[in-house]
Ligand binder design. Structure first.
Ligand code: SF4
Length: 334
């Protein structure tokens, strides 16, 4: 197992109360697997990724759980060890490429900086100019791999001379530069138009296949996750409420929230019934109901839902956090 997250809790202590941004989140990721973290804005997806890198913004804190990367708990690593691991073992792509790239440095130099900081050629070359040459050649290779045309010329261009799609390709090149084992992609296509979105997703798929790199894709778009991911975790109000193989979740969603998400996706099929929106809005994380977080919006809520709901373990690796499946549960997930 490449990554195992157990009962992760990231809380923000505010004067108005405690925000449980990531609450008892558990999942596993195999080598070469693509997993989707899906949910509405503010449900804790991005904060889960930042927790994996131990980059939670203040006043947030990881207050519990384990993040086992190749069996070692990242929460027990020193800050120095974590700095070395970021980019080298786990790399992240952010939503907006323009804010990830520095506007005053040439794109090629920004990719090279990542190689240099992580000492990619440090052992092979002691001399500065030979190392610099090797790093530049590697940058050109990376730019070619991510589909940036004329990389020799574009090395010397600035981010504003790149289109949005090309900027995101450059960000992907930075993330790939040190060959991380896990790529964390936080809504990498949201800021792009639909055709470019498809190109970036297919590029990531190609990288996953050619390098065997595992990917965690954060997205609010269940359609994108269904297309791209082998397994999906659905998040709601800081918790994973359902997880399983993508086909199982799309064909037979179990949790009323996942069912609601699927019912609210427009489809171009004849005789499709009217879209059914999920009633109500996502609750404030400062004012969550007792028991199931989804209760105020759930049509199937009952008295038992007022109790805290564990993540139940079902057949075929499926898990769901809902009282309706207690009878068929094998036990409680971690
Ligand atoms: Fe609905 Fe109850 Fe299941 Fe929550 S636990 S999703 S309120 S049925």
């Amino acid at each position: 197992m490449l990554l195992e997250v157990n009962n992760l809790q990231t809380y923000f202590e505010l004067s108005r109360g405690t925000v449980k941004a990531v609450d008892q989140v558990s999942f596993k990721l195999d080598q070469g697997e693509i997993m989707g973290l899906v949910g509405e804005s503010g449900c804790g997806k991005s904060m889960t990724l930042l927790s994996l890198l131990r980059l939670v913004p203040t006043p947030g804190k990881i207050v519990g759980g384990e993040i086992l990367f190749e069996g070692q708990d990242l929460l027990k690593k020193s800050s120095r060890e974590m700095t070395k691991m970021r980019g080298k073992d786990l790399a992240m792509i952010f939503q907006d490429p323009m804010t990830s790239l520095n506007p005053v440095f040439k794109v090629g130099e920004q990719i090279r900086e990542s190689l240099h900081i992580h000492g990619y050629f440090q052992e092979s070359y002691s001399g500065g100019s030979r190392r610099l040459k090797a790093e530049k050649e590697r940058v050109i290779e990376l730019m070619e791999e991510v589909g940036i045309p004329s990389p020799m010329d574009r090395y010397y261009e600035y981010p504003h001379q790149f289109s949005g799609g090309m900027q995101q390709r450059a960000v992907i090149a930075i993330a790939l530069s040190c060959e991380p084992k896990i790529l964390l992609a936080d809504e990498p296509t949201t800021a792009l138009d639909v055709t470019i979105q498809a190109q970036i997703l297919s590029l990531m798929e190609k990288i996953n296949q050619s390098r065997g790199m595992a990917i965690i894709l954060v997205t609010h778009d269940l359609g994108v996750a269904a297309e791209f991911c082998q397994r999906i975790c659905v998040m709601y109000a800081g918790q994973i409420i359902e997880q399983g193989q993508t086909d199982d979740i799309i064909e037979e969603p179990l949790h009323p929230y996942t069912q609601g998400l699927l019912n609210s996706i427009p489809r171009l099929v004849p005789d499709k019934p009217r879209l059914q929106p999920i009633r109500g809005t996502v609750p404030s994380l400062l004012e969550l109901p007792e028991g199931c977080n989804f209760m105020p919006r759930c049509d199937r809520a009952m008295e038992e839902c007022r109790l805290p709901q564990p993540l139940l373990e079902l057949q075929n690796g499926r898990r769901v956090r809902c009282v309706l499946y207690q009878a068929q549960a094998k036990g409680e997930g971690e």
